[in-house]
Design a protein around this ligand. Structure first.
Ligand code: GUN
Length: 275
């Protein structure tokens, strides 16, 4: 089974659009892009397109590469205090010299629709339904559920331990009742661990590092990593070979990427009090 993230994201966005229309409320997301990193420019454009589709007002702030930390903090402060703004997203990575951790600390947790703040990560840890879940793992979990697998009691392996993806992904699966192992660059004999996984989530960013011999027959495989081979986007998973063994697998592109953006829309509508 191919887990079509594009199709599922479309459905989620349609549902959100209906919720907003029914409420008669205006929902607003502020998106801040500093500098002109080409990938970040595309991501931000996609996010503002999603806002338009869903009926969310987007405020785009395109700041020059020379922006100082103080200027960025002043803008965040202004948006924190603007009651017409429901969510604030600062696109990462920031240009050299700007402090991303300080930006995450500055955004009000109630407007942190990325789910990057300590409060929201802590909320995931405590299985608190009030918090904003980091969008990429939230979208990956929806794709796992879309496979129809019963997560509770299954062995889940997450490859990657980043604060925004790997760690919250492991917590979400644990909250669902999975037995979770987190692997990373220091893991010895990675294949011996991944082979045990009923649910395998890869979030590393190393092209095709997960080969068919590392995957259990009938596994659900979620490929979050993004890298490029000859400027073409590929994932962490060797899709052609692994799809022969997996029960369900995400394509890459077209799997977790669209779902990340759908969950950003979900979090923004939730920030507006509509969910
Ligand atoms: N850069 C790459 N992915 C993301 C994301 O999900 N949120 C933000 N703010 N920046 C990113």
């Amino acid at each position: 089974m191919i887990l079509d993230g594009k199709a599922l994201a479309k459905k989620i966005k349609e549902d959100l659009r209906e919720k907003i229309q029914a409420s008669g409320k205006e929902v607003c997301l502020a998106v801040i892009l500093v500098g002109e990193d080409p990938a970040s420019c595309i991501y931000v454009r996609n996010k503002t397109n999603d806002c338009r589709e869903v009926g969310i007002k987007s405020l785009e702030y395109k700041l020059p590469e020379t922006t100082t930390q103080q200027e960025l903090m002043e803008l965040i402060d202004k948006l924190n205090n603007d009651s017409s703004v429901n969510g604030i997203l600062v696109q990462f990575p920031l240009p050299k010299g700007l402090d991303e951790a300080a930006v995450v600390r500055a955004i009000s947790p109630e407007k942190d629709v990325d789910g990057f703040s300590k409060i929201n990560i802590g909320g995931v840890l405590m299985n608190d339904s009030d918090c904003f879940v980091s969008c990429t793992p939230a979208g990956a979990l929806e794709l796992i559920k879309a496979s129809g697998i019963n997560i509770c009691g299954k062995r889940a392996v997450v490859v990657g331990r980043s604060n925004n993806v790997g760690k919250p992904m492991a917590l979400l699966l644990l909250n669902e009742g999975a037995t979770v192992t987190v692997c990373h660059s220091k893991t010895e004999d990675l294949a011996s661990v991944t082979k045990e996984a009923d649910i395998l989530v890869c979030a590393v960013g190393k092209a095709h590092m997960i080969t068919a011999d590392m995957v259990k027959d009938g596994a659900v495989v979620i490929d979050i990593g993004i890298s490029r081979i000859d400027s073409k986007q590929v994932g962490d998973v060797d899709f052609d070979a692994v799809s022969e063994k997996a029960f369900a697998i995400t394509p890459n592109p077209g799997g977790t990427g669209p779902m990340t953006r759908a969950m950003l829309m979900f979090n923004t509508v939730k920030a507006a009090g509509l969910l």
